[in-house]
Design a protein around this ligand. Structure first.
Ligand code: GLP
Length: 248
């Protein structure tokens, strides 16, 4: 089963499309007096999406007062104050610029003691369940097909857990750090089952990702390409630019 794909001329146009869908969901939930539960991603891909949401907050009165967020992942170990942490990323790009209630923000904590991580991850899952699950999950895609930090080989049934990063992921993410030795070797990530539990999924991809996008959308469903498992979700759309669409 192929994944529906929407192709835009530029990342900016694709981001605007995703932002409009998110804003519509936030507002329709607010009109019903309900919270809107968003699953959020990091990496370079969603930066333009968050910029557009901030613009809509400032210029179009889009409020995040009813929004509850769960981020996909965080490096491990890492301090939230570290520039490269996903905590710092989210505050820089979105949370510090909108009216979201800090009590409604959830990001895996890269400081949890090793012997407490299992319990911590179970609680993270329970918090998602307690608010009725994720209404809309934003995803990027790694060059190896990872979603969140679910590297190739991750189980379809995986939940939030501590994982070891692939060397290729550490190399790709080294650009955010001084050098590769500074890149953490592990991460806490929501699992593939956690992601598949979202009611709606938008995966975004820009630029030089045509090969992996083709495999995810049209290839066999395989745990070797974690994003291909999204073919089994009933409401997932890929939002991509023309460059990322060149092998479809
Ligand atoms: C990172 C993140 C993923 C992200 C992916 C792609 O390591 N953990 O959530 O989707 O790799 O990153 P980018 O958007 O910078 O290409």
């Amino acid at each position: 089963e192929k994944i529906p794909v929407k192709i835009f001329t530029t990342p900016k146009e694709g981001s605007k499309y995703a932002a409009r869908e998110i804003a519509h969901l936030i507002r329709s939930k607010a009109d019903q007096g309900l919270p809107c539960v968003l699953g959020l991603a990091t990496g370079s891909t969603p930066i333009s999406l968050y910029a557009e949401l901030v613009r809509m907050h400032k210029e179009e009165g889009l409020s995040f007062k009813n929004v509850i967020t769960f981020n996909l992942d965080e490096y491990y170990p890492i301090e939230p104050e570290t520039l490269q942490s996903y905590h710092a990323f989210m505050h820089r790009n979105l949370f510090s610029k909108v009216d979201v209630d800090p009590a409604n923000i959830h990001i895996p904590d890269g400081r949890v003691a090793k012997d407490k991580i299992k319990e911590y991850c179970q609680k993270y899952e329970q918090k998602i369940e307690a608010v009725g699950g994720i209404d809309l999950q934003i995803l990027g895609i790694g060059n190896n097909g990872h979603i969140g930090f679910n590297e190739p080989g991750s189980s379809r049934y995986s939940k939030t857990r501590l994982v070891t990063l692939d060397n290729s992921t550490r190399v790709a993410n080294a650009r955010e750090f001084q050098n590769i030795s500074q890149v953490p070797r592990m991460a806490i990530t929501a699992g593939i089952q956690t992601i598949m539990g979202a009611k709606r999924i938008l995966l975004m991809a820009w630029g030089l990702k045509a090969g992996i996008v083709q495999k995810a959308v049209e290839g066999d469903v395989t745990e070797h390409i974690p994003a291909s498992i999204l073919q089994q979700h009933n409401d997932c759309t890929f939002v991509i630019d023309e460059l990322a669409a060149t092998e479809l």
